[in-house]
Write a protein that binds this ligand. Sequence first.
Ligand SMILES: NC(=O)C1=CN([C@@H]2O[C@H](COP(=O)(O)OP(=O)(O)OC[C@H]3O[C@@H](n4cnc5c(N)ncnc54)[C@H](O)[C@@H]3O)[C@@H](O)[C@H]2O)C=CC1
Ligand SMILES: O=C([O-])CC(=O)C(=O)O
Length: 336
Amino acid sequence: MLKQVTKQLALQGVRSFSVSQQNNYRVTVCGASGGIGQPLSLLLKQNPLVTDLALYDIVHTPGVAADLSHIDTKSKTTGYMGADQLGDALKCSDVVVIPAGVPRKPGMTRDDLFNVNAGIIKDIANSIAKNCPKAMIAIITNPVNTCVPIAAEILKKAGVHDPKRLFGVSTLDVVRARAFIGHALGVDPQTVQIPVIGGHSGVTILPVLSQTQPQYKGNQDAIEKLTVRIQEAGTEVVKAKAGAGSATLSMAYAGARFAGSLLKALNGDKNVVECSYVQSTVTEATYFATPLLLGKNGIQENMGLPKLNDYEKKLLEAAIPELKKNIQKGIDFAKA
Ligand SMILES: NC(=O)C1=CN([C@@H]2O[C@H](COP(=O)(O)OP(=O)(O)OC[C@H]3O[C@@H](n4cnc5c(N)ncnc54)[C@H](O)[C@@H]3O)[C@@H](O)[C@H]2O)C=CC1
Ligand SMILES: O=C([O-])CC(=O)C(=O)O
């Protein structure tokens, strides 16, 4: 009889899961009701490594959680709403993904979001320090270049800072570069490899086109145009959305990919490499995105600067002062 029922469930597409599997992680999304938060949570609900999906926001999470909880994947989805429930949302989380905060409108820079978003990151980081100090933390909220140093300073104050576990999500820059290059070369974007280093705004975004696989063969003019397009791709979306926000769907895809990579590495996969904005000694900027080998404890190895040609070295020179300014702003805010 039991055999029959199991077979029937299998035919209906219902999978059974062994309790002995290692792949049981709790992921918290902070800002889960937003333009990024909802599709990101939908994608995470489909990740087989997630057993417990905690959705936190200051609005609407009971509805978002109820909706997602009807999807036939194994993870349990729970909604937490309002500052009183932030601690419970974070408690025992393995991975915290943060797309909480306001997005840009046309004419704004990412730095213009600082006044509102810095305080949001500060509050969430304080609660992470108390409730899940060992979690991997992935910050999507802009300005990423400044929000990551803010979170680091808050975690330092609480005595729980581990730079190997704190990440600024710059994956969308890689995703975009792969899309643009794949279409330009007429190849599947999924087969394109390219490091995008530096930070996540304007001139701090440094796509290393000389290291693209398969090779990008454009002339210098084409290379410069493509570089600027990747650097300004966020603004391209902000303009196209004409006041209705910034990239949400592509960011949800990128955020789910990055969180998925953290989970794979936690689960013992030894070949997970992602570019991400982290504490760094690779350049003069104390936070900098480079390719990272991820492991069970976060960054296993910073793979350092890829080989740069003369044009890319100039881009790096332009990025460093801007990054240093963005980083100092975050440190000053957190110390004040
Ligand atoms: N790193 C990246 O590549 C990218 C970053 N972003 C950034 O992501 C952030 C979110 O963007 P969207 O989802 O489009 O904005 P949104 O306004 O649609 O959603 C933000 C969500 O955050 C929530 N929120 C506000 N204060 C909160 C708090 N204290 N605690 C928890 N949740 C809170 C809001 O209620 C809302 O549901 C923005 O700062 C945006 O600039 C956007 C695209 C790409
Ligand atoms: O441009 C923005 O404000 C949002 C963002 O970071 C991106 O799309 O890369």
